[in-house]
Design a protein around this ligand. Structure first.
Ligand SMILES: Nc1ncnc2c1ncn2[C@@H]1O[C@H](COP(=O)(O)OP(=O)(O)O)[C@@H](O)[C@H]1O
Ligand SMILES: [Mg+2]
Length: 324
């Protein structure tokens, strides 16, 4: 059985809505069970924690609750996924420029009524670019979390079909829903609109779909936030950038940012040996945030499965190097 202290902490962190520390304590319980030789219980706890984590970070796929709103347009169900994110900006490690831009967006959104009095509109049409695993998708969730809005993730594979007319009509459907369902609308990896050649469109048709998307963005007058994200900005025509209020570039993390990411993910645990995050971070230069988070999780798993209560620096280095 878990020590009373650990149960008290669990309840406390649950009450405070502090997911990170809640999982950390739960992991510690799993670790101490493993150390006592209760491997099955430890395994079971570990998989429960992982399931809980993924459910919550997927942030309550709440399709049922939103169906009433979306019911009149049944077609939307196949092209939009709705989530209610809990994460906040502080859950992300961000480059100073990116974080300044995002804070400005939040501030303007929070004060949209004041801006409106002066005939001004808050920034809300955003293009996020940069390599994979650097926080573009996470940003859509964090903005929604900060503003208490749902995030609608557009399933582009559901939108783009063999028939150009149908694709354009589906896009229209999404934009039509924005005024009455305020939220963060994420067109993730939207450059894929341009790469559906296999579906039999010619280059001209693809261009027209992409164009229709951009015209919709330009015309939109709702108070929803529209985010287009792409890993391949070089695929995009520069002229397109001006249709957005903000173009935000997500760089790979620097050594300092890597060190902060490692610390954020591992600081709840002790290391067997002394750890210098900045030193370790040097090994990970070139990795993206996603790799670093996963390497941290691998290190925690090694600890738990090894029946130890402390992390091993060697495991961390190995996990980071494996992802290079
Ligand atoms: N800036 C960041 N700060 C903290 N964690 C991050 C950051 N960027 C990415 N991650 C981690 O990597 C995962 C994948 O990131 P994601 O937002 O999907 O990247 P992208 O959309 O840029 O490919 C996130 O769920 C998170 O765990
Ligand atoms: Mg993404």
């Amino acid at each position: 059985m878990a020590a009373a202290e650990q149960i008290k902490s669990l309840i406390k962190f649950f009450g405070e809505g502090d997911d990170d520390r809640f999982y950390t304590v739960a992991m510690q319980i799993a670790a101490s069970e493993a150390r006592k030789g209760h491997t099955n219980v430890a395994q079971e706890l570990k998989s429960l924690i992982e399931k809980a984590k993924s459910n919550r970070s997927q942030t309550f796929s709440d399709r049922n609750r939103t169906i009433p709103i979306l019911q009149p347009k049944r077609e939307l169900k196949d092209i939009l996924d709705v989530f209610h994110p809990k994460i906040k900006l502080k859950d992300m490690i961000l480059d100073i420029e990116v974080s300044t831009s995002l804070k400005k967006i939040i501030q303007e959104q929070e004060n949209w009524e004041t801006l409106q009095k002066f005939n001004l509109a808050p920034r809300r049409k955003l293009l996020l670019t940069g390599p994979p695993g650097c926080g573009k998708t996470m940003t859509a969730q964090a903005l929604a979390g900060e503003l208490g809005l749902p995030v609608f993730i557009v399933r582009l594979d559901g939108v783009v079909s063999k028939f150009m007319g149908e694709s354009i009509a589906k896009l229209r459907l999404i934009f039509d829903t924005m005024p009455e369902n305020r939220g963060v609308y994420l067109f993730d990896e939207f450059d894929s609109i341009g790469s559906h050649r296999d579906q039999g469109q010619d280059v001209g048709e693809i261009k027209r779909i992409l164009n229709s998307f951009l015209i919709n963005i330009e015309k939109d007058q709702s108070n929803s936030i529209i985010i287009a994200a792409t890993n391949l900005p070089e695929m995009l025509d520069k002229a397109l950038f001006r249709r957005f209020d903000d173009v935000i570039q997500y760089p790979l993390p620097t050594i300092k940012e890597i060190a902060s990411t490692l610390k954020k993910n591992l600081q709840a645990f002790d290391f067997i040996d002394k750890i210098d995050y900045s030193n370790i971070a040097k090994i990970a230069l070139g990795l993206n945030y996603s790799d670093i988070v996963r390497a941290s999780e691998d290190t925690i798993k090694e600890m738990i499965m090894g029946g130890s209560e402390k992390l091993s620096k060697k495991d961390l280095i190995k996990a980071l190097e494996k992802r290079k």
